[in-house]
Design a protein around this ligand. Structure first.
Ligand code: PMP
Length: 361
């Protein structure tokens, strides 16, 4: 059976060991004679598995006790809307930092629920750098400050947590959660769609400081209210049991790999290798992002001659290097280097790129 090197932006590669374990357990999980997907979330085995997954995530990210961890549904996009509903009233204001496609989308989805203040934006720079911290015009009365630490499409990443004073910092970490150590106590709320660094799509992991659960927001259905989800251990209704289980397997895999510090080291090496392949190509390949803001997770690049894009994609696919087509918003290519993508995959990509440039340069 042949597996490819998968550079998809998401849903993305999962660790081979996680898939193998899921495969082994598919017909008989935990001696139950059935898969985890086929049993009640109210049963003891599922509840124990769910609690272990949370405990492992808490250990991996050193999540302080005054934060709740939620396993939700709806994708990050639904929480673009649900976060303002929960954290603010209709007349309140929130600050948004716009650094690419996803933070822009977060603004649009929040706008019906409160007053959005775009406190900074790098749109006029084509999102090729981050909005300089000095340019941020934060409102001290804001209910929260929202930003996107890693922009999956534009390939820009914050390498430090911005200082925003007392206002809770809210971060969409869909594409860089668990990729490096993080001081969770700097944040009010962290959320991430699972389908990049955690597991399958259909699951959102949220880490929320408990005092924020006390905010009344506005009238809304219980199922939308984070405080209700926290009070019911994310089982107010049937959770994504399969996603939760696979997330749990990924957390165990991460622990066995040496945790997020080991991941950070690997991710640094992977990104360095690929950026070097681009920068040392005599202009055959180019990445437009200011070096200090380059993403370690998503690396967009273009070919000097766009007419070669088709050949690049066809030949890379034939070489077992999959999903390198860039997002239509920026064009060209994109390689996503999440935790489950091994250094070996990036070495294969860099070697292919050098060979392709040699043959077509
Ligand atoms: N935020 C970021 C940073 C993303 O990369 C994505 C998906 N690529 C989303 C939000 C949207 O996620 P979903 O499709 O799960 O709603």
């Amino acid at each position: 059976m042949s597996r490819v090197w998968n550079f998809s932006a998401g849903p993305a590669a999962l660790p081979r060991k996680v898939l193998e374990q899921a495969q082994r357990e598919l017909l008989d999980w935990n001696g139950s004679g059935m898969s985890v997907m086929e049993q009640s979330h109210r049963g003891k085995p599922f509840i124990a598995m769910a609690a272990q997954a949370e405990a492992d995530l808490r250990e991996l990210m050193a999540i302080p006790a005054d934060y709740a961890v939620l396993f939700l549904q709806g994708g990050a996009t639904q929480h673009f809307a649900q976060i303002p509903m929960n954290l603010a009233g209709p007349d309140d204001c929130a600050d948004y930092i716009v650094s690419g496609h996803w933070s822009e989308k977060a603004v649009r989805e929040a706008a019906p629920y409160l007053r959005v203040n775009v406190a900074a934006s790098s749109e006029t720079d084509g999102f090729r750098r981050l909005p300089a911290r000095e340019s941020w015009v934060l409102d001290p009365a804001a209910s929260y400050v929202h930003y996107t630490p890693n922009e999956t499409i534009h390939g820009v990443e914050f390498h430090d947590v911005p200082e925003v004073g007392e206002v809770p910092l809210v971060a969409d970490m869909s594409s860089n959660i668990l990729s490096a150590p993080l001081d969770v106590s700097r944040f009010g709320l962290i959320y991430a769609g699972a389908q990049k660094n955690i597991g399958p799509s259909g699951l959102v992991v949220m880490i929320i400081r408990r005092d924020l659960l006390l905010r009344s927001g506005r009238p809304m259905a219980k199922v939308l209210r984070y405080a209700e989800q926290a009070a019911h251990d994310s089982m107010l209704n049937t959770p994504n049991t399969w996603g939760w289980y696979l997330a749990g397997l990924t957390f165990q895999w991460l622990k066995a790999q040496g945790g997020v510090a080991a991941m950070a080291e690997r991710n640094r090496a992977k990104a360095e290798l690929l950026y070097r392949a681009i920068d040392d190509s005599d202009g055959f390949y180019a990445n437009p992002i200011e070096p200090a803001a380059r993403s370690r997770m998503n690396v967009p690049f273009t070919l000097k001659d766009g007419a070669l894009d088709g050949a690049f994609l066809k030949e890379s696919e034939a070489a077992g290097l999959i999903a390198l087509k860039g997002h239509k918003a920026v064009g060209g290519m994109r390689a996503s280097l999440y935790n489950a993508v091994p250094l070996e995959a990036v070495q294969a990509l860099a070697a292919f790129m050098a060979d392709f440039a040699h043959r077509h340069g």
